[in-house]
Write a protein of this length. Structure first.
Length: 405
């Protein structure tokens, strides 16, 4: 009982000190030095040493002018008050909701007080914290990575100075949260996948438009459906997607990360080449998923580098069925992009071709790199979507430069 009381007192003091730092931030000349001293006390007097290291790194970054005050104090307030609310209401039936409310309120108070209030930045920062928390919940250094990750997110998106109206932002949050909830209930993504999907969806809608989100949603729906296509047979062959087809953050970043970057770049510049980057990468991700999930049931595959027969599920193995599925997936994504007005006709043609080529590059990377243990499946997928996206962007850039479009 005494130990529990001491822990509670320490947490109260911790929360009050962080709040005092927030309130005093406009008036403390060397705020970074003060926070660094606070981190030193934490390191030696408390058991959360990884968190103390994260605080110290942030203090140094702030004092050298690399991060704003909201990126120094905001993440501290979010994590401290989020965790404090969990401890106070530890019997609350929905702890994640409670943590979200606590961290959101803490960041809002910090941004308003420091005159750095940007709704888009705040919402993305909260989603990133929840995503990192779901990914790193079992790691001792999770709080440190979460602290630094949120700080870098705030710094990056504040520097972009991208404006979005409140209605669009609210619509994006509600739509993406609903999508994540129902996808989780349908057992197609795990909790880390939920927050990654919400993060990507909000970015896509706010930077590029809701139709871009629908294109990525088609990729997700097709991937989920065909993952379960003849699932028992794929399980028997030992090539079925793990966790009963549920996908997580690694799958999301590997398949949609490049496309999301394309959406951000398009939102900032309005340049058509970034539409090509987006479409080429998503077409590759879709084509590769369908080629893998359908092609593995299409008979004996052949290694892409030698054309010799290999066991089903071998990295670099291709089948005629898989190649046809690849074409179908890339074409379907490009057709939807054209119908929704995401991309002009020539970019859609480029995207479809890039998706087909990118998928076969995925097989080539699997044969030459993944089979040798240099990278895993997610790394191969990331290389493939990056290749498909860059290929589409370069072809589009060449056509624009030549005055052909």
């Amino acid at each position: 009982m005494k130990t529990s009381m001491e822990t509670r007192i320490r947490r109260i003091i911790f929360a009050l000190v962080v709040t005092a730092l927030m309130l005093g931030s406009p008036y403390i000349p060397y705020l970074g030095v003060v926070v660094l001293a606070f981190a030193a006390v934490l390191y030696f007097a408390d058991k959360s040493r990884y968190f103390a290291i994260g605080v110290g790194v942030l203090a140094i970054l702030y004092q050298t002018g690399l991060v704003p005050v909201s990126a120094l104090i905001g993440p501290l307030m979010m994590i401290v008050w989020g965790e404090y609310l969990l401890k106070i209401f530890r019997h609350f039936s929905h702890p994640l909701f409670l943590y979200t409310i606590g961290s959101s309120a803490a960041l809002l108070a910090t941004m308003l007080y420091t005159n750095e209030f940007q709704p888009l930045v705040g919402i993305i920062a909260v989603i990133v914290l929840l995503m990192l928390r779901s990914i790193l919940k079992d790691r001792e250094d999770g709080s440190m990575i979460g602290l630094l990750g949120v700080a870098m997110t705030i710094t990056l998106f504040e520097d972009l100075e991208f404006f979005v109206d409140y209605q669009t932002l609210a619509f994006a949050v509600v739509l993406c949260a609903a999508f994540g909830y129902f996808a989780y209930r349908a057992k197609t993504i795990d909790m880390s996948g939920v927050f990654t999907a919400v993060l990507f969806g909000v970015i896509l809608i706010t930077f590029a438009g809701v139709n871009w989100f629908f294109v990525v949603m088609l990729f997700f729906i097709l991937g989920s459906l065909f993952t379960r296509f003849r699932y028992a047979e794929k399980e028997f062959l030992g090539v079925a997607e793990g966790k009963k087809g549920r996908r997580g953050y690694m799958n999301a970043f590997a398949n949609a990360g490049v496309g999301v970057c394309g959406a951000i770049l398009y939102g900032i510049t309005g340049d058509v080449i970034f539409i090509a980057l987006f479409l080429g990468s998503i077409a590759t991700a879709t084509a590769d998923t369908l080629a893998s999930e359908i092609g593995v049931t299409g008979g004996t595959p052949r290694m892409i580098t030698t054309l010799r027969p290999v066991p089903p599920g071998t990295n670099g193995g291709i089948t005629l069925t898989g190649e046809l599925a690849c074409l179908f997936g890339a074409a379907l994504i490009s057709i939807l992009a054209f119908i929704l007005g995401v991309a002009p006709w020539y970019v859609c043609l480029i995207g479809a071709a890039a998706g087909f080529i990118g998928t076969n590059l995925d097989s080539l990377y699997g044969a030459l790199i993944e089979n040798k243990g240099f990278i895993g499946n997610s790394g191969t997928n990331l290389l493939a979507t990056l290749s498909g996206g860059i290929l589409a962007m370069l072809v589009c850039l060449a056509l624009v430069a030549a005055g052909l479009v």
